[in-house]
Write a protein that binds this ligand. Structure first.
Ligand SMILES: [Zn+2]
Length: 103
């Protein structure tokens, strides 16, 4: 599955770009809040790439809350692996939460 080039969050549209390791330096991913661009390192191992994408998307979702940067990073680092694990262990959960059937 390919990473989408755009994602909508609150009233903003964010672009998602994949860049080479030489362009990204030590970072696996980053978010530019001014230009609304998420950059992900292109050749990461798949699971790391997916978790990096979720990590940056969590930053996007917290963007409106003016959380101090270090605290936001801690929250995102705490949540992203746990959310990945939750959906990995419960693959039908997305359908339960967002599907049309009543629960
Ligand atoms: Zn981060």
């Amino acid at each position: 599955m390919k990473i989408p080039n755009k994602i909508q969050c609150s009233c903003f549209e964010y672009s998602i770009e994949e860049h080479s390791r030489s362009e990204m330096g030590d970072s696996m991913g980053d978010l530019n809040r001014e230009t609304k661009v998420i950059r992900i390192t292109k050749d990461l191992e798949q699971q790391v790439k997916k978790e990096t994408l979720l990590h940056e998307l969590l930053h996007v979702t917290l963007d409106d809350y003016s959380i101090e940067d270090d605290l936001e990073e801690k929250i995102v680092r705490l949540l992203s692996p746990r959310i990945m694990e939750l959906f990995k262990r419960n693959p039908k959960l997305l359908e339960v939460l967002f599907g049309k059937e009543e629960i």
